[in-house]
Design a protein around this ligand. Structure first.
Ligand code: DQQ
Length: 572
């Protein structure tokens, strides 16, 4: 079995004394898997409007769907403790993607082909509005196989009871498939012959593979002799996703849509780096193969949904609003010991609408509009110039629980931008070398969130603008190096280049701040960065929000609105 992220495991083992790493690439802490702690009283890191259950471990979002007007979020869950293990599909429903009601787990180990765990998978809506779930089961030999589950009662919009057909498992690792690298079926789609297709994440040596199966009836599946797509040196592909996007509209498309105005997106979660990447390309229907457009990179140094903490994501088509929605898991950066102490681990990101940018070169994401109903106590800043070294507090909002949207106007003033060095090809490295305090000309400028008075603690989300030979280059960063006075295990400064011409367009930044999560959307959603932080001082009412400019040139804020966010109702 693959041993992954060696330093992290080493660290955890050291901290815990022992950690057994057995299942395919999942850190297993046997002695903690069924250990529940009830002593944590102060919970400064629990979120107010992100999705999380009352306690215990969660990971990947599974099989999201809308059925009879009700949104369903299923997800990987350990009912017995706050580290990974005993995995079932927990289940919650909502009418608005904001407030949720938990139900009993929908899919639990109960048959031979899932007796050691019900791992990730997806929902497909079959003709006649019938949801069907394909998920990975772990069998008695610890092999990964694919199983089916159906709702028991289709007249119940909450779909609380699920049943497994006797044909399970419907796909097994034969014909050279690695039994410990065969998981996470996607939503299925139909091809021109009317047959269903689905892909399963896999690898052979270090080559990632999207193994494809076909079926006429959704029960009997046959392996297609070639993968839908594969890429060398990428390692195991977890949670693949494959879906169509419209080239001329922000509307989402049903997963089976094809045609002249359709491109396809192929996304994988890389087990080796715990990053996701995607490419945009063409689905060749004749060959049943995906072909990325020229120039797209097959690795996490290419395009990512999110350049921070965001993994095992999955989309679904919401036909009630004609949009495609993306869910992703935000994991902790703490030790299993700390997770046990606080009694929970993991949060789901705010669901995001996702579509193709007009340039066709990348995707755009934006928090679903429904989240705005939690906004209250709006604060606005009128046009302001931020001089070198200025830090201006945005007062009147609850800094630990806020939504802030700011636009910077550089369209007329960019003359003195610093030169871009051609060797600066890694945005993340550039962000960490320069941080939020090294002075540039245009930047760093942006937001300081979850900041303590005096700024000892702060998470900075900011931009720097450089001048290249012919164009300007915009760098967006999220700096966690000063996020906590306590021990913050992940102090990575995240970063990405934002494909935007600041002479033509204002530079916008929206951040959703929720106690220990900061989800930021730059350039109207062209770059997203999620940070997981654990402030010691800047908690509850001691968390402040500022705008800042540490560059030499004045920066014009053309618009700033901030809101306190109400708590979402997540009933247990
Ligand atoms: N998590 C699941 C797997 C998947 C991984 C197990 C991704 O099915 O590959 O909990 O986080």
């Amino acid at each position: 079995m693959a041993f992954k992220v060696a330093w992290f495991i080493g660290l955890c083992s050291l901290l815990l004394g022992y950690g057994v790493n057995v299942e395919a690439s999942h850190n297993v802490f046997l002695h903690l898997q069924s250990f529940q702690n009830t002593t944590a009283t102060l919970q400064p890191y629990r979120t107010a409007y992100h999705f999380q259950p009352a306690k215990n471990w969660i990971n990947d979002p599974n099989g999201p769907m809308i059925y009879k007007g009700i949104y369903h979020l299923l997800y990987q869950y350990n009912p017995n403790g706050s580290v990974w293990g005993n995995i079932v599909w927990a289940h919650a429903t909502s009418t608005d993607l904001v407030n949720w009601v938990h139900h009993e787990p929908a899919i639990k180990p109960s048959i031979e082909s899932d007796i050691n765990g019900c791992w990730s998978g997806s929902t497909t809506i079959l003709p006649g509005d019938k949801p069907a779930v394909l998920y990975t089961g772990i069998d008695p030999q610890k092999n990964q196989v694919q199983n089916l589950a159906f709702p028991k009662n289709l007249s119940d919009p909450f779909l609380v009871e699920w049943t497994k057909p006797p044909q399970n498992p419907v796909m097994t690792p034969i014909d050279g498939i690695n039994a410990s690298s065969f998981r996470d079926p996607t939503t299925a789609w139909t091809g021109p012959d009317g047959e269903w297709r689905v892909i399963i994440g896999s690898k052979i040596d270090r080559e990632g593979k999207a193994i494809m199966y076909k079926s006429k009836d959704f029960i009997k599946w046959e392996r297609v002799d070639h993968p839908l797509y594969s890429a060398k040196k990428t390692g195991m592909w977890e949670c693949p996703d494959f879906f169509p996007v419209s080239v001329n509209s922000e509307d989402g498309l049903d997963t089976s849509a094809t045609g002249p105005h359709v491109k396809h997106v192929f996304k994988v979660s890389l087990d080796d780096t715990r990053h996701e990447y995607y490419t945009i390309g063409t689905y060749n229907l004749k060959k049943d193969k995906y072909v990325p457009n020229k120039g797209f990179i097959d690795s996490d140094s290419g395009l990512r949904y999110d350049y921070g903490k965001f993994y095992a994501s999955k989309t679904f088509f919401d036909n009630s609003k004609n949009r495609r929605i993306l869910w992703g898991w935000i994991n902790e950066s703490t030790t299993p010991h700390a997770d046990v102490k606080k009694g929970w681990s993991g949060v789901q990101a705010i669901p995001r609408k996702i579509w193709l940018h007009a340039s066709g070169k990348q995707l755009v994401q934006w928090p679903v509009e429904e989240i705005e109903k939690l906004r209250e106590k709006q604060v606005n800043l009128q046009t302001t110039y931020l001089k070198k070294g200025s830090v201006v507090e945005v007062s009147g909002v609850t800094g630990s629980q806020a939504d802030v949207d700011v636009s910077f106007d550089l369209t007329k003033i960019l003359k003195n931008a610093e030169k871009m060095d051609p060797s600066w090809d890694s945005p993340q490295l550039l962000c960490s070398q320069k941080g939020a305090s090294v002075e540039g000309s245009f930047g760093p400028f942006g937001l300081l969130v979850l900041a303590s008075k005096g700024l000892k603690e702060q998470t900075a989300i900011f931009f720097r603008v450089f001048k290249d030979q012919k164009k300007y280059v915009v760098l967006m960063c999220s700096d966690q190096s000063r996020s906590s006075l306590g021990k913050q295990l992940d102090e990575t400064t995240y970063g990405a280049f934002l494909d935007l011409d600041p002479l033509q367009e204002q530079l916008s930044l929206r951040s959703l701040i929720d106690h220990s999560i900061v989800e930021s959307f730059g350039g109207d959603g062209r770059v997203c960065i999620t940070s997981r932080v654990y402030p010691k001082k800047a908690i509850y009412e001691k968390a402040h929000l500022y705008v800042f400019n540490n560059g030499t040139e004045d920066i014009k804020i053309s618009k700033l609105s901030a809101w306190s966010m109400k708590k979402a109702e997540i009933a247990n």
